[in-house]
Design a protein around this ligand. Structure first.
Ligand SMILES: [Mg+2]
Length: 229
């Protein structure tokens, strides 16, 4: 199974200390012995997106925010625990005054990792593994998560996500149509190769399902040890 890494702020939620007109959650956060109320708005489609994506990816939240805020927020935002891993500011690489997210440190095959993030600095180490997403502030009609769902379903079944994602963004904007076309083609190619392989082995491939494409060469256990060091 591939790993889908999700940014939190302005990708799935918008959080602020001042009360907006509308908000979805109120989160008490304690920082430096002071209590704060954080007003959280949730991007449309977030709950469905997590549920859908958990069917074909290992989901990991990776935020440059503090765990004191992000951990309790994720407890509320993801009660079903679709996201099996959580990474915070201390797991980022800090350089040039920005926080970057280095996918090479995840302990996963790099060809199996996708990072969805609204901030180009986050995916600076591996832009070819990234899906840039528009920053979300409060637009109730936003559909970005739904828009990228078909692409992600195909990417879950290609050999190397970089062969698509490395060719479809320019100036931090993704050509979604091109990405969808490429991902679908590569997914078909890959399925055909698996089918041919199965045939030459003399097996009769029954109905292929997603588990046929799982790469069983690593543990399914959450192993983010590398980055936790
Ligand atoms: Mg962000």
């Amino acid at each position: 199974m591939k790993t889908l890494v999700l940014d939190l702020d302005e990708t799935l939620v918008r959080s602020q200390f001042t009360e907006p007109e509308k908000y979805d959650l109120l989160l008490p956060v304690r920082l430096d012995n002071r209590s704060y109320q954080v007003y959280v708005q949730v991007r449309p489609g977030t709950a469905e997106f997590l549920e859908e994506m958990a069917k074909c990816y290992e989901l990991v939240i990776f935020t440059a925010s503090l765990s004191k805020y992000a951990n309790p927020l994720m407890d509320i935002l993801d009660p079903e625990r679709y996201c099996t891993g959580r990474l915070f500011r201390e797991h980022c690489v800090y350089a040039d005054r920005v926080y970057m997210k280095d996918m090479a440190q995840l302990g996963r095959r790099i060809e199996d990792v996708i990072l969805i993030d609204n901030s180009p600095n986050s995916y600076r180490p591996q832009p070819e593994n990234a899906i840039p997403i528009l920053s979300w502030y409060d637009d109730p009609d936003d559909t970005e998560l739904w828009k990228i769902t078909p692409l992600l379903r195909n990417l879950a079944r290609v050999e190397d996500v970089r062969s698509v994602l490395g060719n479809v963004h320019e100036n931090h904007e993704m050509d979604l149509e091109k990405a969808e076309r490429m991902a679908e083609q590569l997914r078909r190619d890959y399925e055909l190769r698996l089918l041919t392989k199965a045939k030459t082995k003399g097996q009769r491939p029954s109905n292929l399902n997603s588990s046929d494409f799982d790469l069983n060469d690593r543990t399914s256990e959450m192993d983010l040890m590398k980055i936790m060091d």
